[in-house]
Design a protein around this ligand. Sequence first.
Ligand code: ATP
Length: 344
Amino acid sequence: SSSSSLSSPSSSPRTQMAATHNAAPATAVATAARRRRKMKKLVVVMGPTGSGKSKLSIDLATRFFPNSEIINSDKIQVYRGLDITTNKISMHDRRGVPHHFLGVFDPDIDFTPSDFRSLAPKTIAQIISRRNVPFVVGGSNSFIHSLLAKDFNPDIDVFEESGPVDSISSELRYECCFIWVDVSPPVLNQYLDDRVDDMLDSGMFEELSEYFAAEGFSGSSEPDSESVSRTGLRKAIGVPEFERYFKKHGGRCGESSEGDDVEERMSYEGAVKAIKDNTCKLAKRQVGKILRLRDAGWDLQRVDATEAFRAAMVTSKAGKRATEIWEKTVVEPSVKIVSRFLME
Ligand code: ATP
């Protein structure tokens, strides 16, 4: 089912129109349906960090919907730099699927939801003019909301928990198919902890070391800037957490365990723990925002990846079984949802 018109039937303009023009309600409904059909279609893959959105979108794009292009909606991955730390999908894993808004903006300047709202539609229009389908993929719900909501006010934080849900526009600028990749929180948290270790193994520490050296405070005694407001890429999880470490210890590798290196080791471990905690907190907040969009009437189709994650984490040898479960419980239902949507 489409989500282009999300308001309840009794309050929708379509119904009001039909009621006013009693003589030809069917015509009014048909006109509205025609207008809706003309709306541009896009697929949105949402979910918390680590839930497998990128993997799912590449599976869909390479095997089932070869005419798709991906628009990144992770607000940190839009910046150039820190590819490992921000977990950008690698060129290899993109498998030739075109990606937009990924690693392209100046890391020193904030790229805001309003910027995304004003720039992404042009890219979407170009994708559609190539007769391709835009897939919006990423965990930043403020970006998804700003892009899609018909009414958008940059001065209102629609995700403010105490604020009214009706500050979220239930009407959308596109005809959307939302896939929400869900993973049970304890399983996801375990996975996220392991992922931070994997990222460190893949060179996250070295990447941050170079980043801080370029920023000019490797091993320096600059005033503590942990409380200052950060712009652009400086907000990425990993930067604030490792700042104290690099200020004090410069680019040393964090692997030594002798004498006065004990303090360095503790500082390193503290930073890693903070990254794990903050990543889990980010995931929790993101799910809260997804639920809020759903409560506002956005027609999110949930696919549950928990079993696939469980299987993947038992042992690395469980790879084949995990892949089979991922196919059955995540890819297959998503293919059905997207196919139905595109054929409507
Ligand atoms: P929003 O809530 O605006 O939709 P979000 O869910 O991506 O965005 P926030 O809750 O604002 O994220 O982010 C919490 C912290 O996590 C911020 O410091 C943010 O910069 C950081 N963060 C978000 N995505 C990433 C990422 N891909 N890599 C590193 N840090 C990230």
